[in-house]
Design a protein around this ligand. Structure first.
Ligand SMILES: C[S@@+](CC[C@H](N)C(=O)[O-])C[C@H]1O[C@@H](n2cnc3c(N)ncnc32)[C@H](O)[C@@H]1O
Length: 229
């Protein structure tokens, strides 16, 4: 599918998800019954696996981090905003291009009284920040969604300072035939994911081209990554 059409399809899909944010949050937080069933039966991630998934997703953020950080895409903030409570000294900008997802994230941050977190609607392919603005860029479950992945990799690297940390997690193909089938025949058709997808090996190779100290871990079909520019 041509990129612009794919972008529109993904945007429509997450506009819908944002309108039913509670259902999305229940799955991502592994807290609703349906969410836990999906985690287990679709993604093959048990409760213990889910705890490991969270640890690997946030493994790149140093304890007590107090620099400038970009999170993209923040979605509804269900995973990251609770973590930001433990980073009161950090200056955090959260971006997403879906205004409904962002609205849910803003509401959550307000409810939590997070004063050091701001929000901006924007596309990962055209970040409105000058070069080298951030000490850390976090991307949770974004790179299997972004329609223009080469631009997303370029832009997230451009806005990172030399020595800055790029980290997060994404779906990788090739770990389970059943999950790859589900991604192709459900997630992709609905516009929740967009190909091409990394494998663990291709992700490692790609990150090594632009970063140092690359480390990758796997929980089911989700790769956590941490590296330094
Ligand atoms: C699977 S959600 C992940 C959200 C959150 N990080 C999480 O793990 O719950 C994917 C998000 O990517 C956003 N998105 C998709 N394409 C984007 C783009 N080109 N620029 C910025 N955000 C985008 C969607 O709006 C959606 O909120």
């Amino acid at each position: 599918m041509e990129r612009e059409k794919c972008r529109e399809k993904v945007w429509q899909a997450y506009r819908g998800v944002g309108q039913f944010a509670a259902a999305y949050d229940g799955m991502m937080a592994n807290s609703s019954l349906l969410g836990r069933l999906a985690m287990r039966w679709v993604w093959g991630i048990s409760d213990e696996g889910y705890r490991r998934f969270l640890r690997q997703a946030f493994a790149g953020i140093p304890k007590g981090f107090a620099g400038r950080m970009l999170e993209i895409p923040v979605g509804t903030g269900v995973l990251s905003l609770p973590v930001y409570r433990s980073l009161p000294q950090a200056d955090i900008l959260c971006m997403d291009y879906s205004e409904t997802m962002l609205a849910a994230a803003r509401q959550r941050a307000d409810g939590m009284g997070l004063a050091n977190v701001s929000f901006l609607q924007g596309d990962v392919g055209q970040l409105p920040s000058p070069e080298g603005q951030f000490d850390l860029v976090l991307s949770l479950n974004g790179f299997h969604v972004f329609p223009d992945k080469p631009r997303a990799y370029l832009e997230t690297r451009r806005v990172l300072k030399g020595g800055g940390i790029f980290c997060g997690c994404m779906y990788v193909r090739g770990e389970s035939r059943g999950r790859d089938f589900f991604v192709q025949n459900f997630c992709e058709r609905k516009g929740y994911f967009s190909p091409p997808y990394e494998t663990k090996e291709s992700l490692e190779k790609r990150l090594r081209e632009g970063y140092e100290e690359v480390s990758i871990s796997l929980v089911g079909s989700f790769a956590g990554f941490v590296c330094k520019k």
